[in-house]
Design a protein around this ligand. Structure first.
Ligand SMILES: Cc1cc2nc3c(=O)[nH]c(=O)nc-3n(C[C@H](O)[C@H](O)[C@H](O)COP(=O)(O)OP(=O)(O)OC[C@H]3O[C@@H](n4cnc5c(N)ncnc54)[C@H](O)[C@@H]3O)c2cc1C
Length: 594
């Protein structure tokens, strides 16, 4: 583990790292690039030629394609070698998830299998369970599913009614209940099923095989998108589950479910990054072919604006994704050094970064929705044709804001988890917030003499952070314990926090690139920084203002308003020229290559 400063989850709100402390995608090694290329080749040869047929839907073809991915070793990337995998780092797992993310419904099936379908057993299973199931899941000999959601238990996942009663001879749990929206249900061999034992208040987890008598799988749902992925209800009618198939301890199910969801959220961030890059490439290729008014549409300022925004948002998201991935790798190493076994070290390392996981999930899925929506627009009428990849991408994108915890739930988690971690003593949020709020007149950090380009951007971001702390302090003081019921204010805070994390990651990445490679001769990456930070000020100003007006008494409103204006002040930027610079590079490359 290299010697670098690593922050705890949520700590970025009050503390900073240096650019050189951050991992950036420009540091991928040859092995990582080779794995990425193998997956790209797989998508090109095995998936894209068959995607219409898979989405028809043809779940047998989907299953066969998953098996081929297994034969290539792609299902063992996250699994330690002793269980038949390749034990790759979290950064590599995320890179693989990014590339797979361009795989439409296949991506959903693959991620459900390798992630939520396999990793609960890897992370929480005993040795016998790992040898029996994980080795075969990692090879693709078995396909996995994860069964948490029920008709009455969606976001409120712990409220499920599926029950497990110990049989009189003590050899089985008798499972009864119903799960719904289960990805891979139509062909999965193993299911991780969450149910309550006897009258427990909390869930336990079980490994259920599809052929256990009493497991009944409904026909697939008809969905808006990701049509090739199998999604169905599963019924459990007096299913006898051997007691050896209890996963973890009795009552540990909710913890398992949540930890796996943290992991799923982070990886979803990587998936949507890959899907965004594909949509950008599809967009620019079309814009470079389509002529109107006798010229290519890529020459129009309106189209350049769209292309540039697609790139800038995607590039910023990518910066945050790999920053977090490396932080997780380091946390996993620390956990191993403290004596945890590989599975536990990984899951604890991932769960530690719950704040950032929720950010990547919610922010990332909304970026993909933005990017793919503009991709359709760039295609004009053709964007509405089922012949074009962007039409499929548009439909497939929408689910990302719903599963792995809806974006509403993830926004709440961003704020709630950060505040809980601060209360636990991981970092001093409330002390700093109180100090700032008591000295509103001096909370603005002014420019220093001879401030460098990056010093200026990071100072602006620090001022954004000060504003977040002031709003947290004001809202906490006003609502006290009821703040958690004021979801609109929590959403305002989440929007500000997400924007700051992504903006800071972008600035630090570009600074580190310049430290590594010398200055950015075309000013291309600085152009992205300029636009993103300038826009971030607006995106932070609005929720800050909304939040303040929801609690500040009229005598304080003007004070607060002035503070918001000051703390969101940024230097003027010629965003038109900056965006054109980014768009022109994309247009020249005719694909996403940043
Ligand atoms: C295609 C697909 C695949 C899926 N795959 C799986 C799978 O493999 N395994 C699995 O277990 N599940 C799976 N799911 C289920 C998915 O995780 C849930 O749909 C999701 O968690 C939301 O639950 P729900 O549908 O019951 O919505 P609800 O919880 O009913 O939510 C409805 C609305 O209310 C909002 N809401 C709910 N609670 C709150 C709150 N406390 N505060 C503010 N707003 C709130 C939500 O954000 C949403 O906007 C899948 C779903 C789909 C559609």
């Amino acid at each position: 583990m290299e010697n670098r400063k690593v922050l705890k989850s949520g700590e970025f709100l009050v503390n900073e790292i240096q650019a050189n402390d951050m991992f950036i995608p420009e540091q991928f090694d040859e092995e990582q690039k080779m794995i990425a290329q193998t997956i790209r080749d797989f998508l090109e040869t095995e998936l894209y030629p068959n995607i219409d047929q898979i989405d028809s839907p043809d779940i047998n073809l989907m299953k066969a394609t998953l098996k081929k991915a297994g034969e290539l070793g792609l299902m063992g990337i996250s699994i330690p070698e002793e269980y038949g995998g390749f034990g790759q780092s979290f950064v590599t797992q995320m890179l693989a998830a990014e590339i797979i993310g361009a795989g439409h419904s296949f991506s959903v099936a693959f991620m459900a299998h390798t992630g939520i379908g396999t990793l609960p057993i890897m992370y929480y299973g005993n040795e016998e369970q790992r040898q029996r199931y994980v080795t075969r899941l990692a090879a693709g000999d078995l396909i996995g599913a994860y069964c948490l959601t029920e008709p009455g238990a969606g976001s409120d996942a712990n409220s499920g009614k599926t029950s497990a009663i110990l049989s009189e001879d003590g050899k089985h749990y008798i499972l009864n209940g119903q799960k719904m929206w289960i990805t891979n249900a139509g062909f999965a061999d193993t299911q991780v099923v969450f149910a309550k034992i006897d009258r427990d208040r909390v869930l336990s987890a079980f490994i259920v095989e599809k052929d256990f008598p009493g497991v009944v799988i409904n026909p697939d749902e008809h969905k808006m998108g990701i049509k090739g992925s199998s999604t169905a209800q599963i019924f459990y009618n007096d299913v006898k589950v051997p007691v050896e198939n209890l996963l973890g301890n009795r009552g540990e199910g909710f913890r398992i479910a949540l930890s796996i969801l943290h992991m799923g959220r982070i990886k979803l961030g990587a998936n949507v990054l890959g899907a965004s890059k594909k949509a950008i490439t599809d967009s620019v290729k079309y814009a470079n072919e389509r002529k109107q008014f006798n010229v290519l549409i890529s020459t129009f300022g309106s189209i350049k604006h769209k292309l540039a925004e697609q790139v800038i948002k995607t590039y910023a998201l990518e910066s945050a994704i790999y920053r977090l991935s490396k932080d997780i790798d380091d946390q996993i190493e620390l956990n191993k050094a403290s004596g945890l076994d590989k599975g536990k070290a990984s899951v604890e390392g991932i769960s530690h970064y719950a704040v950032e996981a929720a950010i990547l999930k919610a922010y990332g899925s909304e970026i993909l929705d933005y990017v793919i929506d503009e991709a359709v627009q760039i295609h004009g009428g053709m964007g509405y044709s089922a012949e074009m990849a962007v039409e499929r991408g548009y439909r497939d994108s929408r689910i990302n804001r719903i599963f792995e915890g809806t974006n509403e739930i993830n926004r709440l988690l961003v704020v709630d988890t950060a505040m809980k971690r601060a209360m636990k003593g991981d970092f001093d949020l409330f002390g700093k917030a109180t100090e700032l709020a008591e000295n509103l007149a001096t909370c603005y950090i002014p420019a220093v003499e001879d401030e460098s380009y990056f010093e200026e951007k990071l100072r602006v971001i620090k001022n954004f952070k000060n504003l977040i702390l002031i709003v947290i302090q004001g809202a906490s003081a006003h609502f006290d314990k009821k703040l958690l019921q004021e979801q609109e204010v929590l959403n305002n805070l989440a929007d500000m926090i997400m924007e700051v994390y992504i903006a800071e990651s972008l600035v630090l990445r570009v600074q580190k690139m310049e430290n590594m490679n010398g200055s950015d001769p075309a000013g291309l990456y600085r152009a992205m920084v300029d636009v993103f930070v300038y826009d971030a000020a607006d995106k932070i100003r609005k929720p800050a203002t909304d939040a303040i007006y929801s609690f500040a008494t009229s005598d304080l409103q003007l004070n607060y308003k002035n503070v918001i204006e000051t703390l969101t002040g940024t230097a003027g930027v010629n965003v038109k020229d900056a965006r054109r610079k980014v768009a022109d590079k994309l247009i020249e490359d005719n694909c996403y290559k940043f």
